[in-house]
Ligand binder design. Sequence first.
Ligand code: PEP
Ligand code: MN
Length: 297
Amino acid sequence: MLDGWTGKISKENNSTGAKPKTGLPLVSRDGQTQTIVRVKNVSIGGDEAVVMAGPCSVESREQVVSTALAIKKSGAVMLRGGAYKPRTSPYDFQGLGLEGLRLLREAGDIADLPVITEVMSEEDVPIICDFADMLQIGARNMQNFALLRKVARTNKPVLLKRGASATVKEWLSAAEYLLHGGNERVVLCERGIKSFDTALRNTLDLASVALVKEMTHLPVIVDPSHATGKRSLISATAKAAIAVGADGVIVEVHPQPEIALSDSAQQLTFQGFAELMENLQTPLRNIAVGRELAVLA
Ligand code: PEP
Ligand code: MN
């Protein structure tokens, strides 16, 4: 029945080569040294934990420029901001699109920070590449394989967010698509998953961060904003993320979170972000809670 079967999947089967023995050879840690992804002058995956910050959505020039300057002053190394927004309802603010990209780029240039923004569809890839230093594939698109393939063919680093209902294997398989397609500059991002508990927006799966650090050579960062949906929890969860081994965090910041056009409840004020950065300074990479272990008296 399997006459002539070589174990290779033919080109006619629309594959690009032999099926590997282990499922995810390109992202697996197996013998590979830790990958450091460079975005301009920022290194993700090395000794230093990176902090990316900025508004959920780019709303105006004043909003994004003031945020860029504030986060830079507090020590962030990259500016985030959504121009094309994946919103649950079509009646919600959808982002400024091209104008948002222009404003994000301008703000990044003024503050001298590399910029990251989400790409939602294949057709937007070229224009977003013209403006952004790093592309974000959002949770809702983690398994949009056509988008993964297209982004794999760009020369831009990629932040691949974990889907809200994606297993670790599905998340890493999505990353494998990017590497298989030719893009090795991939950073993974845990941003909370759906669980039975509705007390918070999502459930931050910190154990998966430690697990994925073991399983792959790719850098992994955490998004405590989308994971919790709650401003007061960002600092604690960001510290926990660094303590568990994350290579950085990405956090939402807005000049006036209460009037933000998206994700109002989870964006930090400039003051809140400055405090977060202070909290993260000591003793980052050691024990982030700053407590001694109890000893028997
Ligand atoms: C975002 O970063 O603004 C966003 C929409 O994130 P996620 O894809 O994780 O929901
Ligand atoms: Mn958001």
